[in-house]
Design a protein around this ligand. Sequence first.
Ligand SMILES: *Cc1c(COP(=O)(O)O)cnc(C)c1O
Length: 398
Amino acid sequence: MTFADTGKEFRAGTKLTLLGRNPEDQSGFANAPLYKGSTIIYKTLDDFENLRSRFYYGTAGSPTIANLEDAWTELTGAAGTVLSPSGLGSIALALLSFSKAGDHILITDSTYEPTRLFSTRFLAKYGVEAEYYDPLIGADIEKLVRPNTSIIFLESPGSQTLEVQDVPAIAKVAQKHNIITIIDNTWATPVFFRPHDHGIDVTIEAGTKYLGGHSDMLLGLTTANQKCWPKLRQTYDAMAMLPGAEDCQLALRGMRSLAVRLRDIQYKSVALAKMLQNRPEVETVLHPALESCPGHKIWKRDFKGCTGVFSIVLKDGIERNDIERMLNNMKIFGMGLSWGGYESLIVPFQAKRIRTATKFGYESLTLRLQVGLEDLADLEMDLQAGLDRLNFKRKAKL
Ligand SMILES: *Cc1c(COP(=O)(O)O)cnc(C)c1O
């Protein structure tokens, strides 16, 4: 039994520390060395002719890549994992693996915008038609199924607007019609939600976010269940789009502290969401752990926790120049894309602009927050002062 195998009996937090390394093979060192390379050397002609080794060439992976793949497979309860140079790369890989010319695919209207752009700018050229659906559709998705529907793509909670989807209900419809389900699980990570346990075929994690955890790398992880694994791996091998070894090593390092970071982020994200809910400038808080979030009950039923990305809708009457005053003077919250790093971020977004199947219910300005590893009291202070700069009460009186 290897050291990694012993990890299988333990809970997620413990597994995160045990998996993806094997000190027995590493001269006793706690961490695995970094493998980089293209060429694998064979000792005999027979070995060469039969490519007798786990890796036959750099594009087939390396021990560094395999350590992360194997760990992620175990954490997600999948049959296998492949790694891509970015989260978007994983999304492209999954969509390409399970669609062909003439297919119809269903994508949640709440999805991460580049997923939508990949479908409209790329898949459409190859004769795949994407249709968008209401993230809260649940079992009614059956009404949108066509004879040529090959994929239902989910993202739960949705990017920016945070609707939590009824994953088991959608997976059940998909299974009945032999449709492949793919979910972008970046928000929850397998620590808080394991989609394969809820009937999903393929999962995507932008490792760039919480797994890396330090805003210093890009990575995507795609997993599949037994049914979908051969096809996913086959497409992957045909394209050979691998991440760099250093980024895999950073992901393995990030993995060790994933559960600890998420625990800290969870408590602060709930505390900040509740604080914001009580501010006069805030119309509503879109946070899966709060009742005001569409799909909150499903989150409670299916998820083990919540992470640190959520949104707020501001009251009507707050204008761009007010927001500018707020955001330009934040002391901790930076303005930047991406999330999942150690630093807190805040960015305005326009859900209305992106949607096509449903209408985002609010006209006023919206902000997306990412809670980092700073102290709660400092984050609270920064947000309170920022909202004070909107001068909303004074404006309302005029
Ligand atoms: C960031 C993100 C991605 C893409 O990850 P990259 O590594 O930045 O390409 C995919 N899905 C979601 C939900 C994301 O937030």
